[in-house]
Design a protein around this ligand. Structure first.
Ligand code: C2G
Length: 129
């Protein structure tokens, strides 16, 4: 069984999130998603997500092609998560191109094309206007 792992905040869940998760699932037999905690998001982006981590994780877990969800507490723990969940391939959007190549010694690493013209940040800006 080929296990795929991916990570993200998935705040204000949108079609770009759906597309990447669906395509990640197609690369293997079992999809594991690390959902960034509120704290990790705050540390990374300087603001809290709109949806709290439990809501974001519940939404991801409800998708039919997602098999397992856990909370990603630290960017530095990626290697531990890959090993813990016995992932065969790490998949991320190409905004992260090259950033996770260091894990090629423990799994395959792939980057998928981002869905154009949509992002959580843009949605927030549009609503604000
Ligand atoms: N994504 C995409 N197309 C978009 C927007 C996002 O394919 N239009 C992808 C991103 O490339 C990422 C995933 O959706 O692979 C989740 O995106 P974010 O929620 O923005 O996650 P991010 O903040 O990049 O967190 O450890 C890594 C981080 O936790 C990733």
């Amino acid at each position: 069984m080929k296990k795929v792992i991916t990570f993200g905040t998935f705040d204000l869940f949108h079609i770009g999130h759906l597309n990447i998760l669906k395509r990640a699932a197609e690369l293997g037999d079992y999809l594991i998603v690390g959902v960034s905690t509120d704290k990790l998001n705050y540390d990374k982006k300087g603001r809290n997500p709109i949806y709290c981590q439990n809501s974001r994780a519940e939404i991801i877990q409800a998708l039919k092609f997602v098999d397992e969800v856990f909370f990603e507490e630290s960017l530095e723990k990626k290697r531990d998560y890959i090993l813990k969940y016995k992932a065969d391939i790490l998949v991320m959007g190409n905004d992260w191109e090259g950033r996770f190549d260091e894990f090629q010694d423990v799994c395959e690493v792939g980057y998928l094309q981002r869905t154009p013209s949509i992002s959580t940040t843009e949605i927030i800006e549009i609503i604000k206007e």
